[in-house]
Ligand binder design. Sequence first.
Ligand code: SIN
Length: 284
Amino acid sequence: MKVVPSGAALGAEVQGVDLAAPLDSATVEQIKAAWDAHLVLVFRGQQMSDPDLLAFSRNFGELDPPGPNPYGVTFLPEFPEINVISNVKDAENRPIGNLGAGEAVWHADMTYIETPPKAAILHALEIPVGQGDTYFANMVAAYEDLPADLKAAIEGRSAIHDAAHNSAGMLRKGYEEISDPRQTPGAHHPLVRQDPATGRRALFLGRRPHAYVPGLEPAESDALLDRLWAHATQPKYTWAHQWRPGDLLMWQNLWILHRRDGFEETARRILHRTQIKGDEAIVA
Ligand code: SIN
């Protein structure tokens, strides 16, 4: 197995492993070490069935089923732990997956619940090559560089992470539009997350739309969040992945943000995703 760092603030390609085959414990430990070091790993050319994806994912913990989507359906009833990310529609014109073909804004997955998933694993089945790049940003590095006044301004503060909309801005089934961010439904998490095991700290921002910092006036909350987001998503903290069919990406959800470019509506893009359950509520 060979690990080739991206050269950016996070991300590495892992070569020489067939993820469809059962992995021995030494290989799993090597993958975990590379994952801790680089936060996002890419494996190219993986020919995996859905059961292969589930078996590989279970090496990293208990699976966390997908959250609610705008259509109120389970995309793969046979494999309910798998989420489908796709713009494709079936013969009855029903979406076969989530997020459509538009941009998905910067976010971490499902941080609107108390104990969000700690990781996601995304396998590309069909890809319009050259479109729909996915970007990642390192929130450990962003926290380390945070200007002193911003660090002081967020000390002890939390934010509400919006549960009502997905990262494509679509309203999830069962929610309604709310114009006052103080009423945003979703978990309250500290703006700085600390790993209870290592003490490592990172910015923990979730997603910008509909976020609110309790205890501040809405305008003050917006100004603080806008400064934090402008800092955290600077190109020096990010890295972009250009997809090919067969790519498998795995990311440490609680240490990073990700976003996706839009792509042509008429193109076909289908990816299958699992998530690994988080261990504990987020602590400052
Ligand atoms: C996501 O935000 O999880 C989807 C990423 C992608 O479609 O590349």
